[in-house]
Every structure is written in C-alpha cells, then in structure tokens.
Ligand binder design. Structure first.
Ligand code: ATP
Ligand code: MG
Length: 567
C-alpha cells in the first residue's frame, strides 16, 4: 500500500484527554477517532489489525468445532422479556422503539437471540452438541466509557455459544473453548493469565476470565509465583493454617480507648501489632444480621460471607441497625455478649489470636486479653478473608502475588439459565424433553486490539508483534525526488508485495524526520530506508523492536527478511 493513498492522520502531541498509553497511541498513530463518548471509528490501520485478530479468532474457533454465523444487532424486546433481562439488565442495555412503537434493544450480548434460534431448530439429542459463534458490534451504554476502545459503548465482540445434552459434553466443549482462547491470546502476542472468576457450586472451574497483565487493568488477579494458578482476588480461597501460640491466656479486661475506632488507631494507641487486633463488622446478609470477625491485618471478603449463606444480597449494616442490635456505634463493635439476633462468624485466623483486642459494644472502650473461643460464641470459623500477597497459593504450589489485569475474554458455563427461561428443550435418548445445557464464550476483539498496544509500545510509539502488525515492512525513500531512491523503493515495494509480504511504502513528499517519526509511531516490525547508497544497491534495515539497524545489499535483502519475519 502506498502511504500517500492511505488515511493515517498521525498527531505529534499527546491528546490531553487520553489517559492510558494505548488510547494515546491509537489516536497519535492515526488508528482511531472518537465520534462521541465510547464510540469510535477504526481507521484503515486499526481496521487491518482488527481483521488479523478476527482471522486468528476464526481459525481457533473453527478448529474448536464452532461454526460462524451472524445474528441481528437489532433485537425485539420480547426475547429479552422471555429471559427476564429486559427488566434486570438496567440502563446498560440500549433500548429503542420502531415506527410502530414496538420496543427493541441493540444487542449487548446474544444469549436470548441464539437460544430462540436454536430452540426452534434443534429437537433431538442427536443434533447436539452444537457450537456457534459470530463476530459483531455490541452495544452497551457503559456508565463510564473510558480508555478509548478498552471500554466503549459500541465495540466488537466475538461471542460463541454452545448447546449440550449432558454436563460431560459441556465440560468437553468448555475445555475446547478454553484451549482455543489460550491459542488466540498467545498468537496475539499477549502476556495473559486465565483466571478463575467464580468459585460457584461447580468447584471453581465453571468460569474463567482471560486477563492481560497491565497496571491499568481494573481487576486484581492473585497468581502463584511458581504454578499456573490464577484467580480474581475475591475468588481465591485462603488455605493458611494458623497455630495459636503456647503463651498463657490473660484475663479479659475492658479498657478505655477514647475515639480509637480503626484498627490503625487502636494498634498505635495500644502499641500492639495489627494481627493482635480483631476486626468486627456487622453485615446484613439477605434478612439476617451477621457479625464477621477477621484478624486486624486482614480484610473481610464479603463475597465469601455471601456465599457462606448462599445469599443474594450482602450489605453493611446501617448505623441505625447497629445501634438497635448491638446498642453501639460502628467503630466499637465487638463479639462479646451479643444478642441472639446476631450470628457471629469468624475467619480461621481469629481463633489463633492470643490475648487479642476487640470492640466492646460500648463507645470509647475495647476489650483486651481476648481469646475468641473462650470469650465469645462464634458459630463457625470459616475462610472469610481476602487472600493477600505472600499467602500460600491455593493449589499448594508457590506464593501469591498480585497483578492488575484487563479482561479480554470470558468463558462461562451457563447451564440451563436461558434454556429453562426460554423453553429451549430437546428430546433425550429416552424421548424425554430436557433443557439444553449451554456455555457462552466472549472475546472483546476491539479491546484486544487496545490491550496489544498497551503491552507493546515504547517512548516512540507502537511496537507491533509480527503476526498482528498492519503491515510487516515499511519502506522509506529518504528523498522521493531523487530518481534512483524512488525507483529502488518502488522496485522493493513491488518485489516484496509480490512475494506475499504486506508492505507500506512511504511515498509522501515529507521530510525524512517526519517519515521516521510516523514510522516509529505506527510501529511496523521492519523498516527499510532507501537513501544515499541506493545507487550502490545498499539499503538500511531497522528492526522496530530491538532498534537494531544494519546495511544490507538489495540482492541479499529477501533472504535477510525471511530470517527476520517468518511470513
Ligand atoms: P467488563 O467487566 O470489562 O465490563 P464484562 O464482564 O461485562 O466485561 P462480558 O459480558 O463477559 O464482559 O463480555 C465479553 C468480552 O467483551 C469481555 O471479556 C471484554 O473483553 C469485552 N467487553 C465487554 N464490555 C466491553 C466494552 N464496554 N468495551 C470493549 N470491550 C468490552
Ligand atoms: Mg461489563
């Protein structure tokens, strides 16, 4: 492609409203332009990369046995009403009316659409399993669109859905998709982790998120420094064992602690380590009040508390509720002598605290010399805290570390959530109607594009991995008015294009400094500069990634490029 004919509006300045590297670079290198909040045009270079990512996705989906289709983005409200999500999805679902005043949604995801499609066509177990996917624009009216195309309101997603007759078949399908995802993100040159996203009833393997490691990620991942283990931080179980020391237990004593509410305040006021303090927080779990205890240096993981009660809602008790139930203001709440209306549960670590300190349910007083099993009526000791860096990895191998991640993909065992709601059944071997068992699998294609840039850049611009780059080779004649330079550049452009390389020829009448700056910004793997030595048949090759540059005779160039780029 000749650069003079392409639309690559590069910018010298860093756009003021772009906070993260990928967003800045996509604007500066002429990849995207914003239309309105969270809505972007993908300019030709970005479009080329998107097509490459899509191609990788297609190859991997096809080899996982899924076939491609394309469903409507415009979806009648009735489908969403059948599943119930018309009411529960909230304002993220973009809704509109047609000229007959009928309600529609713009597809945020396609479980409803595909379930209705498959239920009308598939009646027998003999036609299962079935896996289908599409690559399509999705619409979500995100509360905070940000970071360019990383969180858009209109974005490109690959969504796949599988339908099964048995749970074993779902497990198999899920594993195939999981492996396909590993391949996709590896081929995209990403440093990523497959992360356990929900520990649910099926033992922690029923949903994984694929996270690109990056400081700008919104999610925290707990991963093992030596094994493959990785989980969303709120999902990671703690397997630590705690031993109570063999000192002797002191007597319980109430002490005055004026205005000392937080663990920090108490531990410095009494000059004791935080792990000798006991943190007590009153929660409302569905309709039940639960006082949760963790060690002062730990944090309560409310998802674990919620799961303990199989509850659907967990929230902090209000000051009024705390007053009514414990006769106390928050900050001095504690587990000793609480009424039967409150259940007390504690993290395992609390049992091993020797002569600890906790709130007394009396303002400005705490207890010291607290030994939980002796002094309180804890109903159960459970794993109720967040895992921390330095904890043992839950798989028993290695130590936990934290990293931030950008979610680029999600695989999920849906089960019969949609097939039951929408009556998608098949006849099993015994002729009985059963709901289809489903899986769903998403990849944020446009988000992946940004995530690749987020991980592959330097101070001069983007540094494309070879297989994803919009072009492999950037040919730059230093002076297009010089006949031999222009002719040699044209010839190399012709030759390499005919040889199957994707080549961008900078035939613009620009200063060479401008061309080099744009070239670094765009970030193609190989730059060939045709300059003064054109007459001698010598050009300069520069590798974007390493910055290495060297002169090559044009008759040796083809061989050299084969070594550099595995085409
Ligand atoms: P997030 O937690 O980031 O909002 P999600 O859980 O809502 O993601 P899914 O519904 O699982 O995402 O969608 C599948 C994939 O689509 C995600 O893994 C992500 O890569 C991508 N995606 C989701 N929302 C957006 C968005 N607003 N912009 C770009 N990509 C998105
Ligand atoms: Mg979301």
């Amino acid at each position: 492609m000749k650069q003079s004919m392409m639309f690559i509006p590069t910018l010298r300045e860093i756009p003021a409203d772009a906070e993260v590297k990928s967003h800045q670079l996509m604007l500066r290198a002429g990849f995207i332009r914003q239309n309105t909040s969270g809505v972007y045009s993908y300019l030709p270079l970005a479009h080329k990369v998107l097509k490459k990512i899509e191609q990788i996705v297609r190859e991997e989906m096809n080899s996982a046995g899924a076939s491609e289709l394309l469903m409507p983005a415009l979806q009648q409200a009735e489908l969403w009403q059948e599943s119930g999500r018309w009411y529960s999805y909230g304002p993220e679902l973009m809704r509109l009316k047609d000229r007959h005043n009928r309600d529609f949604a713009l597809g945020a995801t396609h479980e409803e659409m595909i379930t209705s499609l498959v239920r009308d066509e598939i009646k027998s177990y003999k036609r299962l399993p079935l896996a289908l996917y599409q690559i399509q624009t999705k619409f979500r009216d995100e509360k905070r669109p940000r970071f360019g195309v990383l969180r858009g309101r209109e974005f490109i997603m690959k969504d796949a859905y599988s339908f099964h007759a048995t749970n074993d078949s779902l497990d198999e399908g899920y594993e195939k998709m999981f492996n396909a995802y590993q391949n996709v993100f590896t081929r995209c040159g990403l440093n990523f982790r497959a992360v356990i996203a929900d520990s649910g009833a099926m033992g922690g393997t029923d949903t994984h998120e694929f996270m690109v490691l990056s400081d700008i990620g919104e999610d925290t991942i707990a991963y093992s420094d030596t094994s493959q283990y990785a989980a969303n931080v709120e999902m990671a179980p703690v397997i630590a064992k705690y031993e109570k020391s063999s000192e002797s237990e002191n007597e319980l004593e109430k002490i005055e602690t004026p205005n000392q509410r937080t663990i920090e305040e108490i531990s410095s006021f009494l000059d004791i380590p935080k792990d000798q303090c006991i943190k007590s927080i009153l929660f409302k779990v569905d309709d039940k009040f639960v006082l949760v205890l963790v060690r002062g240096d730990h944090e309560i993981n409310d998802i674990k508390v919620k799961n303990l009660y199989n509850a659907s809602v967990i929230e902090l008790a209000t000051a009024d509720e705390t007053k009514t139930l414990l006769n106390c203001v928050p900050g001095f709440v504690g587990p000793i002598n609480v009424s039967d209306d409150v259940e007390v549960v504690a993290d395992h670590a609390v049992a091993a605290v020797m002569n600890g300190v906790c709130g007394s349910n009396e303002e400005n007083f705490h207890y010291k010399g607290v030994n939980i099993e002796r002094d309180t009526e804890v109903s159960k000791f459970e794993d109720l805290r967040f895992i921390q860096e330095g904890d043992l990895s839950p798989d028993g191998e290695g130590i936990i570390q934290f990293a931030k991640g950008i979610e680029v993909g999600h695989v999920f065992k849906l089960g019969t959530r949609y097939s039951e709601a929408m009556n998608a059944t098949f006849l099993d071997e015994n002729g009985r109607a059963q709901p289809m068992i489903m899986g769903c699998y998403g990849i944020g294609v446009s988000r992946t594009l940004a995530a690749i840039i987020e991980q592959h850049n330097d101070e001069n611009g983007i540094v494309w991995p070879d297989d994803i780059a919009p072009f492999s080779i950037h040919i730059i004649p230093v002076n297009v008015k010089n006949d031999s330079q222009r002719e040699l550049a044209d010839k190399l452009y012709q030759d390499f294009s005919e040889n199957g390389y994707e080549v961008l020829l900078d035939d613009r009448q620009e200063r060479v400094g401008v061309k080099f700056a744009d070239s670094d910004l765009i970030g193609l793997p190989v730059r060939i500069t045709v300059g003064k030595k054109a007459d001698e048949g010598i050009v300069e090759v520069k590798l974007r990634k390493s910055g290495e540059s060297f002169e090559v005779r044009t008759d040796e160039l083809a061989e050299k490029l084969v070594q550099i780029l595995s085409k």
